[in-house]
Ligand binder design. Structure first.
Ligand SMILES: C[S@@+](CC[C@H](N)C(=O)[O-])C[C@H]1O[C@@H](n2cnc3c(N)ncnc32)[C@H](O)[C@@H]1O
Length: 205
């Protein structure tokens, strides 16, 4: 089944944040990587599938501006209601597997936790990476956190394309240099183990 606005809206409508399979009480695993990025306080940061993540509430203090995208308008609305300093955010309701609107600015940092792995068709994955390459500045950073090859094959009722480090390196292409990687055993709110790969890249050209 394809990742759609309707599918995600029904999930976000029916559940509280702590009932979502990918919910984390704190964003320290992602922040550990993000904090290694130089001059974060000056950075324009893009989240391709922000959901209702706690990460947003941490990042808002640490970077210059956040562009928060999601395919679910309900997730975006929920996020908006929780964010106090609206001046530092731009909200976008867009399917990241289709070309981004031209007015989206170039960004210093792109952070994807558990979004890319929902794209199954080759053309969707390719468009995702075209978006990424068209928006991340030279010298900018990209952090991926996706299900590892031996993680669950489904999440949120959808099939997944799980990623090895090797596939990620190939997908992102020669303009990006791998800075750091880590396998991380996420334990979801139901006590199940969901191994992720975390990979940080820097754009070199
Ligand atoms: C598993 S959740 C992760 C949310 C958030 N990144 C986090 O870590 O809590 C996946 C998110 O990606 C969004 N999403 C799924 N497919 C998408 C697409 N094609 N374009 C943009 N967002 C998408 C969903 O609506 C959902 O909010």
């Amino acid at each position: 089944m394809k990742s759609t606005n309707e599918h995600w809206n029904s999930i976000f409508t029916g559940k509280e944040d702590h009932e979502l399979g990918w919910y984390e009480e704190d964003a320290s695993q992602t922040l550990k990587f993000v904090r290694t990025i130089p001059r974060l306080n000056e950075a324009m940061v893009f989240l391709p599938g922000a959901g209702t993540s706690i990460l947003v509430h941490e990042l808002i203090y640490q970077c210059r501006h956040l562009v928060l995208n999601d395919i679910s308008d309900i997730a975006i609305q929920r996020l908006k209601e929780k964010i106090k300093d609206q001046r530092k955010i731009t909200l976008l309701h867009h399917d990241i597997s289709t070309p981004l609107p031209e007015n989206i600015p170039m960004v210093d940092v792109w952070i994807d936790r558990a979004v890319l792995h929902f794209l199954l068709e080759e053309c969707e994955i390719e468009e995702y990476f075209r978006n990424l390459c068209s928006r991340v500045k030279v010298g900018g950073y990209v952090l991926f956190a996706e299900f590892a090859p031996d993680s669950a094959s489904m999440c949120a009722g959808l099939e997944l394309h799980r990623y090895s480090v090797e596939e990620m390196v190939e997908r992102v292409g020669v303009d990006f240099v791998l800075i750091e990687q880590e396998r991380y055993n996420f334990i979801n709110p139901f006590g199940d183990r969901r191994p992720y790969i975390y990979i940080l890249f820097k754009r070199s050209k």
